[in-house]
Design a protein around this ligand. Structure first.
Ligand SMILES: C[S@@+](CC[C@H](N)C(=O)[O-])C[C@H]1O[C@@H](n2cnc3c(N)ncnc32)[C@H](O)[C@@H]1O
Length: 284
């Protein structure tokens, strides 16, 4: 792409048609993103460790009743949750398609002899039952839920349901409807940087958001303009907004019961939670 393609872009893209996510699975992007996951300066890619520790305490005590459990962490990133759960006596399988994240998670598990197995795979195509079935808990946290197309998230939920033992738990951390709508209504923005998440070379990042009110979908486009050549790379992602009733209906449709809502992954409102995320638990 080039600058002319930006000028001539369609005003309103078809959701997911220009891209389904930022390039988590690109090796170079994943290596740069790993630094963001591990950073203790912000909560952008993963939360800071003190917040993760609070979430782990709630999952361990409230969701799992402190019983040693087998856990499937979907979109596990560098294993910041799985490793801590393993340190509390649980056995974890993490799936993610970010190669640097999975390499980091595997190295930590090896170094600390943790009961964690990590798989570099796409959640949309992965066989969740490849290593283990009868999980006590499957989790998909930190907002990734909304990024999947409706047919993909249904498929992921059904696969999770199939590998949970009867009575096993599901923990989700999706966005509120308002958070997705706010994202879609955010005004365009840009920044210039000598190196950043999207490129190791000097570049501009031009971002715009589109809110499709009828379908309740926010689409974000990032145009990365290489400073030296003017070449443009586009990364687009869409997020579907659900009301609480729609979350409940979707989970029921996928076989889950006892759907419950919590203000956060600590079970309580968190002052500095950010991002408009909340927690859902359900049972197979
Ligand atoms: C916001 S990060 C959260 C990571 C981790 N759950 C945490 O809270 O530290 C979202 C993660 O989902 C992963 N992801 C997104 N789409 C995926 C897909 N289709 N298959 C596998 N992993 C995916 C990304 O690679 C990334 O590691």
């Amino acid at each position: 792409m080039n600058l002319t393609d930006i000028v001539r872009r369609t005003a309103v893209p078809e959701p997911w048609a220009e891209g389904e996510n930022i390039p988590w699975n690109d090796p170079d992007f994943s290596a740069r993103m790993l630094q963001e996951h591990l950073s203790q300066e912000h909560d952008a890619a993963s939360r800071r460790f003190e917040k993760i520790d609070r979430h782990i305490a709630w999952i361990h005590t409230y969701v799992l009743g402190e019983k040693p459990s087998t856990i499937l962490d979907l979109g596990c990133g560098p294993g910041l949750y799985a490793s801590r759960l393993a340190q509390r006596g649980h056995t974890c399988v993490g799936i993610d398609f970010g190669p640097a994240s999975i390499a980091y998670a595997r190295a930590q598990a090896e170094r600390e002899s943790l009961a964690c197995t990590y798989r570099l795979e796409d959640l949309r195509t992965a066989d969740f039952g490849a290593f283990h079935t009868d999980y006590d808990l499957a989790m998909l946290i930190f907002g990734e839920f909304n990024v999947f197309k409706p047919e993909d998230i249904r498929h992921i939920l059904r696969k999770a349901h199939a590998v949970l033992r009867p009575g096993g738990k599901l923990v989700l951390e999706p966005h509120t409807f308002a958070a997705v709508e706010n994202e879609g209504r955010r005004p365009p923005s840009w920044y210039a940087t000598p190196h950043g998440l999207f490129s190791a070379q000097p570049h501009l990042v031009l971002t715009e958001n589109i809110w499709d009110a009828q379908r309740a979908i926010a689409t974000t486009r990032h145009y990365i303009v290489d400073a030296a050549t003017g070449a443009v790379t586009r990364h687009a992602a869409s997020m579907l907004a659900y009301t609480d009733a729609q979350y409940r209906d979707l989970l029921t449709e996928c076989g889950f019961s006892d759907v419950a809502f919590y203000p956060s992954l600590t079970g309580k409102p968190e002052e500095d939670a950010g991002y408009g995320l909340f927690a859902i638990t359900a049972r197979r």
